[in-house]
Design a protein around this ligand. Sequence first.
Ligand code: SF4
Ligand code: SF4
Length: 107
Amino acid sequence: MTSRQIAFIDENNCIGCAICIDACPFDAIIGAQNFSHRINFNECPGCKICIKKCPTDCIKMIKINQNKNDILEKVKYNFSRKELRIKNTQKIYTESINNQLSKLSRN
Ligand code: SF4
Ligand code: SF4
């Protein structure tokens, strides 16, 4: 077992603003507007980005114990998923711009 850090939300002080969801690059935060949020610890590699964004300071880092191979697999999976999301976003932007340019050229 290896210890690693993940984010943890104190749900009693979470106001459900959802700012952390937008800030998390790994889609590791679950919640809906006006309801308390939670961290999916399996998806959180502990980047700490959400901590500074929270207006009520209710996110902190905690340590959990996990099998070393599980951690490595999860980190690889998280980064490959992030790259895929960036590629897909770029593809959608490019298609949208091309559609707009094509409409303009027809007018
Ligand atoms: S520490 Fe990073 S990955 Fe984990 S919940 Fe916060 S922003 Fe997301
Ligand atoms: S930023 Fe903080 S208060 Fe807002 S939803 Fe996330 S954990 Fe809750």
